[in-house]
Design a protein around this ligand. Structure first.
Ligand code: 4PL
Length: 246
């Protein structure tokens, strides 16, 4: 499939994990991808792997000036923004009695402040063309109440409900906003925490057995990002081998 020919896309968190897999698929299907990450070298490596006219850009999505600069640069380089995938996020493993206010803020800063800043600036670019696809990465932990990440669960619940409200605000501009709720996925970030030891437990709850990989999340994201998904907005989809049903 070549669903994204002529489309300009930003993917945040594109240096690794789910973000990188999404960036690579959008690029493979013809999009000009701006791979954005706090890790500039990692973002550049993703863009290199995609090839073509894709570019890696270093940006802290929670820094207002950096996000403004990012969008100005992309508008100058590409003239528009069609697709925004918000995959940048912090995945903590912190027992509740150790969640300090600083730790709470660290997670909220990226998972919600960063999402807000990217959507605020990105949707302004999309509104100029009356077209847009925003796909935000939440988590199925918002249904499961997964332990050792209460602040993360709170932030990802916010990702879902923010998307519902944003969909209403942006419908007039033919911009859709949808949310993906992945289950536990084998990424670099997860491998760095004790969440990596939860795969067998999570598998027990899945309808389909196996360990989730970034590539398993990509098809649902690409569908929401595609032109033909124009009649779907404000929705959320669990992509977790059937762990959560709703
Ligand atoms: C079920 O989003 O959804 C662990 C770590 N277990 O980050 C997650 C589950 C984790 C999850 C998540």
């Amino acid at each position: 499939m070549q669903r994204f020919t002529g489309r300009v896309a930003i993917v945040t968190g594109a240096a690794q994990g789910i973000g990188r897999a999404i960036a690579e698929r959008l690029g493979k299907e013809g999009a000009q991808v701006f791979a954005v990450d706090l890790n500039g070298a990692g973002a550049a490596a993703t863009a290199e792997a995609i090839g073509g006219n894709s570019t890696g850009l270093q940006c802290d999505v929670a820094e207002p000036d950096a996000v403004a600069r990012l969008h100005a640069d992309i508008e100058k380089a590409a003239g528009k923004l069609d697709i925004l995938i918000n995959a940048a996020g912090i995945v903590p493993f912190v027992p509740w009695d150790q969640v300090t206010f600083e730790e709470w803020r660290r997670v909220m800063r990226v998972n919600l402040d960063g999402l807000f800043l990217m959507c605020r600036a990105g949707s302004d670019l999309m509104r100029k063309k009356n077209y847009g696809r925003i796909v935000n990465i939440s988590s199925n932990s918002i249904f499961a109440g997964t332990p050792n990440m209460a602040h993360y669960v709170a932030s990802k619940g916010g990702v879902l409900t923010f998307g519902r409200a944003l969909a209403t605000e942006l419908g007039a501009y033919k911009i859709t906003v949808n949310t993906i709720c992945p289950g536990l996925t084998d990424t670099e970030t997860v491998q760095k925490t004790p969440h990596k030891d939860a795969f067998d437990f999570v598998e027990m709850l899945q309808a389909i057995k196996g360990h989730g990989k970034p590539q398993d999340i990509v098809p649902a994201v690409a569908f929401f990002a595609s032109e033909e998904a124009h009649w779907i907005t404000g929705q959320a989809l669990s992509v977790d081998a059937g762990m959560i049903r709703w």
